[in-house]
Design a protein around this ligand. Structure first.
Ligand code: NDP
Length: 472
């Protein structure tokens, strides 16, 4: 019996995805560049081996799959994917579907989609979130491509995706690069969410003198409330863990340099290209970069010193910290969704905001109760320009903003860095200001470059009285 689907790339993600696919009752053919890995994988598949066809050559692999063949490529993103497609192409026949499930840059996905368009083959760009565990037991799946090609793979994909209240965390989101774009923004939001949790951790550690386990307990408490989420949950666990090779908390022994693979940076680049302010996400990406400059920071502390003031983490103070994190988190998510909304227009995708929020509720790294509330808000107002303009979220922001303001003010006074929290605060403060300060910028621009401005009274005079030649 032929396989329903094929998968190339038995690395961490590919192997787990393949086991998940087999476990849900689908026959799957697998191939890996290094063939020993295929054998190892098959040997360790246990009872699932019955549904797995291990292949050592492209000929065997292609022959093992029922046409039209959906073939998932789950390998290192970038040039390897182009090479793999090149290698695969001569074997494919009409109707076959090449699915890139890695973390591709959506511009590459659009190009690859175009390259296969009209050849009888189709391309799907599929964002997969949830790490190793998600791939094995239920990831969140964001699909871009033609609706027809999605129809061919929908059954397999929904069988392996995460579920939230029995609803699949898998959906077709739009043409060509839509799925990979949404995955990119997911990762940008993830960066912001993680950074904001990290900033609150810093205030508790350096401003309130709390130990890792004390902070873990605080996060554990918050995880039962409005901040309930996977990221808070794992932060609690991480903070509770002891160093198996020492006698202190594990986190205290970890070098404070964060890595990144590029999707966070891409989300910021795209936000800038689309002219959408995504300041909290930008701050989070910049914070990771700053974290990597360890030797500069060590040298700078010697010059400038670092003697943080106190942060109040008693009853009311602690409540403020919780609400501040919540408010800032809303800001980051609102920005991420606003970027997607603009991209949707720019690339002609009609991205369905309520569906995106829905498929992020489980499986992915940013999964949370909060995303269910975003789903409800966007379902009621799918075309709203900004999440914070929905009645439910306006109310939440109004309630939590004073806490964010107090926390950012206290952090600034104490000399503790809160780049993402303060960016979110300034975003709210700018967004709600009907009369801003760009009138001065317009005047400056007109002064030095005769750029002109619009008048509030609508009169037809577009230059200021700054000097000879510019007066009108
Ligand atoms: P791994 O490093 O575990 O696996 C890499 C795989 O890519 C191996 O099968 C390797 O084959 C193959 N490969 C590398 N270069 C080539 C090439 N030039 N031609 C053919 N095959 C090649 O990676 P992951 O499983 O972690 O990641 C795979 C993809 O999934 C990436 O795009 C990643 O960004 C994405 N992703 C990862 C997540 C994670 O949490 N790890 C989460 C979501 C997405 P070989 O054995 O022969 O070296």
């Amino acid at each position: 019996e032929k396989a329903e689907i094929g998968l190339i790339g038995l690395g961490v993600m590919g192997a787990n995805l393949a086991l998940n696919i087999a476990e849900k009752g689908n026959r799957i053919a697998v191939f890996n560049r290094t063939t020993e890995k295929t054998d190892e994988f098959f040997a360790e598949a246990g009872a699932l081996a019955d549904r797995i066809i291990p292949c050592h050559t492209m000929e065997e692999f292609i022959d093992a799959i029922r046409p039209p063949r959906p073939i998932i490529i789950m390998i290192k993103a970038g040039q390897p994917v182009d090479d793999q497609i090149q290698h695969l192409r001569p074997y494919l026949t009409n109707g076959d579907i090449v699915i890139d499930a890695g973390n591709a840059n959506f511009h590459d996905t659009r190009r690859r989609f175009k390259e296969l368009d009209g050849t009888g083959l189709t391309f799907i760009g599929m964002g997969v979130s949830g790490g190793e565990e998600g791939a094995r037991h239920g990831p969140s799946i964001m699909v871009g491509g033609t609706p027809e090609s999605y129809a061919r793979v929908e059954k397999v994909l929904t069988s392996i995706s995460a579920k939230f209240n029995n609803e699949d965390c898998c959906a077709w989101l739009g043409a060509d690069g839509a799925g990979h774009f949404v995955k990119t923004i997911h990762n940008g939001i993830e960066y912001a969410d993680m950074q904001m949790i990290g900033e609150i951790y810093g205030l508790l550690r350096d401003g309130a003198g709390k130990s890792a386990s004390e902070i873990g307990n605080i996060f554990g408490g918050w995880n039962k409330g409005r901040l309930n989420s996977y990221l808070i949950e794992i932060s609690e666990k991480v903070l509770a863990a002891r160093d198996p090779h020492g006698d202190g908390p594990m986190v205290d022994m970890i070098l404070d340099q964060a890595g990144q693979k590029g999707t966070g940076k891409w989300s910021v680049i795209e936000a800038q290209q689309l002219s959408v302010p995504a300041t909290a996400i930008e701050a989070a990406v910049a914070a990771r970069v700053l974290s990597s400059m360890k030797s500069q920071r060590v040298a700078a502390e010697k010059i400038f010193g670092s003697a943080p003031g106190k942060i109040d983490a008693s009853g009311a103070g602690l409540n403020d910290l919780e609400l501040a994190l919540f408010a800032a988190k809303i800001g980051a998510y609102a920005q991420g969704f606003a970027v997607m909304s603009e991209a949707s227009k720019e690339f002609g995708w009609s991205l369905p905001m309520p569906v995106i929020a829905k498929i992020w509720r489980a499986g992915c790294i940013i999964r949370s109760q909060f995303l269910d509330e975003i789903t409800t808000a966007f379902t009621a107002m799918p075309d709203v320009e900004n999440l914070i303009m929905t009645p439910a979220f306006s109310a939440m922001v109004k309630e939590a903003l004073p806490s964010l303001r107090r926390v950012v003010a206290a952090a600034v006074t104490a000399g503790l860095p809160v780049p993402a929290l303060s960016s979110a605060l300034s975003y709210f403060d700018s967004y709600r200001q009907a009369r801003g300060t760009a009138n001065l910028i317009q005047a400056q621009r007109d002064f030095f470059g005769a750029h002109g401005f619009d008048r509030l009274d609508g009169k037809d005079f577009h230059h200021g009285p700054w000097g000879s030649g510019l007066n009108e």
